[in-house]
Each structure stands twice: as C-alpha cells, then as structure tokens.
Design a protein around this ligand. Structure first.
Ligand code: PMV
Length: 333
C-alpha cells in the first residue's frame, strides 16, 4: 500500500434474539448483526512503530514492534489494547511485514460494555483493516480466526457468537462446534434496542453462570435445556415469519435469564415498558447485569416502543439487520 493510501474497515454490532449464556454451555442461540458499526482506519506510520487511538474506547497508545507482545506502558485501557496488539502482531507476521509501521484509528458507534458485541466487532474490523493495508488477502474464516482471540482474552469462555455475527453479518442460528446457519433476514419486523447505559463485564457474568453449571446445579440445567428447545422453536418461527410466536418466545427467554440471575431492575423495567407499548416480545440481550435489552415489533410500532424505552430510563436505537458483516474500502488521501 502506498503511504498516501488508507484502508477503512467496518463491522456490525450484534443482538441475541434467544439463547445467550446457555449457548456457552452447548445450547443453540439465534443472533443477528445490526447496523451499528465499529470503523477502523489504518494508514502508514514510521517503520516499526504502531499507534492505536480511539476516543470512543479511551485509547491512545504508541509502541514499537518489539513491544507488541509486552504490556504497553502508554495505554489507558489494557483489556481493549492487549487483544488489539495481539491481532496487529499476528497480521503483520502473516503478511511477512513485521517491521511495517501503522497508525490505527478506531471510531466505534457501538456502545461499549453493554452487550452489543463492541469488542468483537472492533477486533474483526481491525483484523481486516490491517490485513488489507498490508495487501494480505484473508478469507472471512481467517478474519474470524484471528479476531476470535480477542474474545478469548477478554471474555474467558466465549461461545464465539459475537465474532461470528461481526464477521459474517445476517441472522444466525449458532451452536458451538457447528457451522453457523444463515436465515433469510426479513424487513417486515423491527428490532428496538434499549440501553440501560450501565456497563458490566461479560467475562464475570459468564463465569458466574458457568460456576452454577459446573457445580451441577439442577435448576440451571433444566432451564438450559428449556432454553435450547426455545431457540429451536424461535428459529422455526423466524423461518416461517411467525413473529408473534417469536415475540412470545423472547418474553419466555427473558424469564429464563431472570431465573439465572442476570437481569436487573432497570432491564426488567425497560422490557416491561416495551411489552406494554406493543412490542411482540422483549428480553435482555447479551450477558445482562446491565447493558441492553431488545424489543421485537412491527415497523408501525417501532417509534412508540422506542419512546416507551426512553421514558422508562433507557436509551433507544431502532436498528436494521446488517447482511454484509465486515467489509473494507481503500481511499487515497
Ligand atoms: O458480550 P455480550 O454481553 O454480548 O454477551 C455475549 C453472549 C454470552 O452468551 C453471554 C457470552 C457468549 O460468549 O456467548
């Protein structure tokens, strides 16, 4: 790539329609990539120097290639920077250009730490942007493999659902160990996201639920089995465009998540507000403990549902399905 050129890559956020947490323990889940994006710009830097900046993620860090695998002393956000350093090094090595200097700027519109897959999306867009800048052709599967390390470092025991949606886009039927299945997206239904704006750690919440599973807690095993069956029915409903049934299943899924202790008073309040305002169904999305909920509704009800979420104390986003996943473009400056 010439010094006057830059690469921009974007990757979508995600919502989980059914099955979070239980998916970590082998049950299926239904997720969708949505049109809120992380955007990563890569351009040239002096040789052997890497700079990563992001006002959204509160990162300003500079380090030499030698320091790539060491903890940087200039960082303000280790959990975000360390996986990105790993990704950059991996792609530089794969391209055979370990001495190449890079300036990497992250402009994410995805709220951070609230269950919309912000870190996975950033990892995926960073992987593709750096690879494209170095003229390294990666398949989406290779982008996924490199970016997935980020989730493993941050979330400890991830299912891989976040990186899958960010890489491939679309509506995805997901189960660990199986190839994801893509469902034809449908515009006759809308998703409204409600953000409690309360950040939490996915890793901690997954660990809390996992402890109960590994202790052999009978209640959680029963709920997990029911959640797996619920997702199978949700996939059937989505395929058959039976959104009223899908909404009901989402309401039930929220109750399961309440039972395993990952909902909060504010999440329940936003879910209730959306249901009262005419949503077909509503539930928390992602790890819970704060973060976001989603509501499924007919297009004509989306503003009413969004307003109800706002009135109940949340921040609302009306989203559409992203069908592309990660993509990049090259610009000349
Ligand atoms: O990172 P979050 O909050 O979007 O949660 C991801 C969904 C979980 O099922 C809780 C974890 C996982 O890796 O699947």
């Amino acid at each position: 790539m010439r010094d006057s050129q830059l690469i921009i890559a974007t990757a979508p956020a995600k919502v989980i329609l059914t099955g979070e947490h239980f998916v970590v323990h082998g049950q299926p889940a239904l997720a969708a990539a949505v049109d809120i994006y992380s955007k990563v710009t890569v351009k040239s830097n002096v040789p052997k120097n890497i700079e990563i900046t992001s006002s959204a993620l509160a990162i300003t860090c500079k380090f030499s290639i030698k320091e790539l695998r060491k903890k940087s002393n200039l960082i303000s956000n280790d959990e975000v920077v360390e996986p990105l350093k790993y990704i950059v090094e991996k792609v530089l090595r794969k391209a055979g250009q370990i001495d190449h200097g890079l300036k990497i700027k992250i402009d994410s519109k995805i709220p951070v730490g609230v269950g919309l897959g912000s870190s996975a999306s950033t990892a995926v867009s960073t992987t593709l942007a750096v690879a494209q800048y170095l003229n390294l052709k990666l398949t989406k599967n290779e982008v996924f493999d490199i970016a997935s390390i980020q989730e493993k470092l941050i979330h400890k025991k991830p299912s891989g659902i976040d990186c899958t949606t960010a890489t491939y886009g679309g509506v995805i039927f997901f189960k660990i160990g199986k190839d994801p299945e893509y469902l034809a997206p449908n515009d006759s239904i809308k998703i409204v996201v409600g953000d409690t704006q309360s950040k939490r750690s996915t890793g901690d919440l997954v660990t809390k639920v996992t402890k109960r599973v590994t202790k052999g807690d009978g209640e959680i095993h029963t709920i997990s089995d029911s959640a797996g069956k619920l997702t199978m029915e949700a996939v059937k409903s989505y395929r058959e465009r039976d959104f009223e049934n899908l909404g009901k299943l989402m309401n039930t899924n929220h109750k399961f998540l309440q039972k395993i202790g990952v909902s909060t008073i504010l999440l329940d309040k936003l879910v209730n507000a959306a249901q009262q305002a005419g949503a077909l169904g509503a539930k928390l999305t992602g790890a819970g403990g704060g973060g976001c909920m989603i509501a499924l509704c007919y297009p004509e009800d989306k503003h009413k549902v969004a307003k109800a979420i706002e009135n109940a104390g949340g921040r609302s986003y009306i989203v559409s399905i992203d069908t592309t996943g990660v993509k990049s473009e090259s610009l000349s400056t």
